[in-house]
Design a protein around this ligand. Structure first.
Ligand code: DX5
Ligand code: ZN
Length: 217
């Protein structure tokens, strides 16, 4: 069964406590937390203080997705805020090997994200240094966008490279995941599904999470 990571970007922030409680009591495995700086992506979301507050309300895994320039400046801050997985973008780094090594040295799992234009093969030499490969299935910045079909081939290629490297790297898919395409995404080789709109716009979010979790079973 896939790991399900609801994206809190689509949550109702006026009732954040109740939204967290809903996830706590659901089949979801992780919280996916999107940090945006208005530079790397054309949107600004939230940062460490909000994540630190949320951390107090849940014991589930915190999967923090940094869509910020110079992410290496903030690694210790996100550890302090409660990140379990910390993911930086391939496109932001001159010294990714150093950044990923630092994330692990701080006691977090290291994630590397690639935008739709970045070929999966670009990360081949870093697979030993990451726990998670996040394949963006939309152009990052906003929730509620359409899944890009080119992602299927990228998932299959990622799976091949990970098998060749012999690592336990998880493949995470982020953007446009729905109850309709989840099975095909899992069949291609994905391990983790992020879902914002599909969860929080559902009439019954708990049920949407359960149905995503049962995908491919
Ligand atoms: C977008 C974020 C996603 C977003 C996904 O840049 O990385 O995590 O919240 O939202 P949906 O599932 O609605 O496409
Ligand atoms: Zn994300």
């Amino acid at each position: 069964m896939p790991i399900i990571a609801p994206s809190m970007l689509s949550a109702d922030f006026l009732k954040l406590g109740a939204e967290i409680e809903m996830i706590n009591n659901s089949a979801a495995d992780w919280f996916h937390l999107d940090v945006m700086d208005g530079r790397f992506v054309p949107n600004i979301s939230y940062g460490m203080p909000i994540i630190a507050q949320m951390r107090k309300a849940s014991t589930k895994t915190f999967d923090v997705h940094l869509m910020v320039e110079e992410p290496e400046r903030y690694l210790a801050d996100f550890k302090k805020a409660g990140a379990d997985y910390l993911t930086v973008h391939y496109e932001t780094g001159y010294h990714l090997h150093r950044t990923l090594t630092s994330i692990r040295a701080l006691g977090m799992k290291a994630g590397l994200a690639i935008n739709p234009h970045t070929p999966v093969d670009a990360v081949a030499d870093l697979l030993q240094d990451i726990d998670l490969l996040l394949v963006m299935s939309i152009n990052p910045g906003f929730g509620g966008q359409q899944f890009l079909p080119l992602t299927y081939g990228k998932i299959r290629r990622a799976k091949e490279l990970i098998t060749l490297a012999g690592t336990n790297t998880l493949i995470e898919i982020d953007g446009g995941v729905t109850l309709d395409n989840a099975a095909e995404i899992i069949a291609a080789g994905a391990d983790v599904l992020v879902a914002g709109n599909t969860v929080f716009s559902a009439a019954d979010p708990t049920d949407a999470i359960k149905r995503l979790k049962q995908t491919g079973k």
